[in-house]
Design a protein around this ligand. Sequence first.
Ligand code: CA
Length: 412
Amino acid sequence: MRSWVPGANEPGCDFPLNNLPYGVFSRAGEAPRCGVAIGDYVLDLAGLEADGHLKVADAPVFDAPYWNEFMEMGAEAWALLRKELVALLQEGSEHRASATEYIILLSEVVLHLPVLVSEFTDFYASRHHATNVGTMFRGTENALQPNWLHIPIGYNGRASSVVVSGTNVRRPWGQLRGEDGPQFGPSARFDYELELGAIVGSPTEGPVTVAEADAAIFGYVLLNDWSARDIQAWEYQPLGPFQAKATATTISPWIVTAEALAGFRKSVPEREVTVLPYLEEPHATLIDIELEVDLERDGVTALTRTNYAEMYWSSAQQLAHHTTSGCAMTPGDVLGSGTVSGPTREARGSMLELSWGGKEPFETHAGPRSFIEDGDTIVLRGHAQGDGFRIGFGECRGTLLPALDDPYVRPK
Ligand code: CA
């Protein structure tokens, strides 16, 4: 598929006509509103709608700082909008002259959180990651706990900690294990976790099947679940992560729709033990998405190279499991996949794994690293590779700021 918008037909472009990811943008002095990325531009959907070139409901939907209202309209509306956008943006479109007024260079806009995050749940679904972390925390014998192959393990996180790409993250203070008892101080083992975030678009009530869960997912974003490993190691038993994961979770600004990724589906790996019927995969629910993490400082150092299809549990299985309790899911729910680690060293999705708990520091352009240093910028990228095009996610970026001297000193 070719578009008349400059940049969209370049083979390395993240945002060709096949993609059409949804975001929220603003220009200086203007309110944030909904747009779609195409080539080097964002198409202003609020503007198109206001001037009568686009109509999806009786009242305006896109003159809003979030996509939640549109997501609530349901899957038929999602498919219809995508069709209309293709008609507007494809090469030879009869609407080109009018639509040209509504494209704005991406370099001229600020991007915001694309959804009002209603809840955030994070999972633990890469067998390689769970085995690596389990080995470091509990030894080889107890690496993978007895429930892991049967149940998608997760915890309820905090919506308030989810921030958009480009937001700086402050190194947290916390309670740490010390030689003479616990101490309170800045985390010395601050880390990233490479994940994919699934955005729930349709509400659920009561338990849903994996197929229903899959259909309720509106799209996906890149997600960096910043993690304080020293806080985590002290606090995680018996109830799991808490303050170690609550500093920030960064997501990429463009929601790549499930529909754009439909041609890249892959089945979950073969089950080692039979899973209960409610968790069986009805069709391929993973996605072939190449993922990478770089450290940008004094040059670019590759940290992680992996693929989302390495996961043992898919987002649809996680969502289905999430609803077994009767827990209602709402549009704007974000489900973190869990760290996406693969079988090789370069496929490890966190510094904890790359430096093996700090025991094996590795070289970067900015010097040796075991964990993230103040001033380091961590960048996640991802794309599904098509024949001559790619469905890209853009960037998920964050820079670590130094800890405060004393977090309890109040400004006068
Ligand atoms: Ca995580």
